[in-house]
Design a protein around this ligand. Structure first.
Ligand SMILES: [Zn+2]
Length: 160
């Protein structure tokens, strides 16, 4: 495991929590809980040519749906159903491998070469939302995040 803030691999266990020895960030281990509570994940990446690459994964009851879009390149959105297994695997990658809930926010995104992520959670009737954004100074777990979403963009014929 590495620190979601500075990327350091010096994570030390302190009583019941984990802490980065370099920057002092407390590292929570709520990945599995977040994965279970997530009802939608929206990711937008804006490249240097002003194109927006959008991915939306959402669930409603037992229905799971994937939408991929790039308005500047695609005549219409790519939409398909996801299986429960696919959904679980994606959420596991986002929260247990990429630790999305642990990311720090970067500066306000620019119009080009920037990204943002919004996750909606629902657990026991309570709603919560997580937003993360940044520019090309990607967070330490960016690679893990991209390896989860890149195949879905590729499936829709998009590469960036
Ligand atoms: Zn750190």
């Amino acid at each position: 495991m590495k620190c979601p803030k500075c990327g350091s691999k010096e994570i030390v266990a302190e009583k019941s929590e984990y802490k980065c020895a370099q920057c002092g960030k407390k590292v929570l281990t709520l990945g599995a809980e977040c994965a279970k509570a997530a009802v939608s994940v929206r990711f937008t990446f804006r490249n240097m040519f002003g194109r927006s690459f959008i991915l939306l994964a959402e669930r409603s009851g037992d229905t799971y749906r994937l939408t991929v879009d790039c308005p500047q390149k695609m005549p219409e959105e790519y939409v398909r159903k996801m299986t429960a297994g696919e959904w679980d695997k994606l959420m596991d990658k986002l929260f247990c491998k990429a630790f999305l809930h642990e990311w720090e926010n970067g500066p306000q995104p620019l119009a080009e070469n920037s990204w943002d992520i919004t996750v909606n959670f629902e657990l026991d009737g309570k709603n919560d939302v997580l937003t993360r954004c940044g520019n090309s100074d990607f967070p330490p777990y960016w690679k893990e995040f991209m390896s989860a979403v890149r195949p879905l963009f590729k499936e829709a014929g998009l590469k960036f």
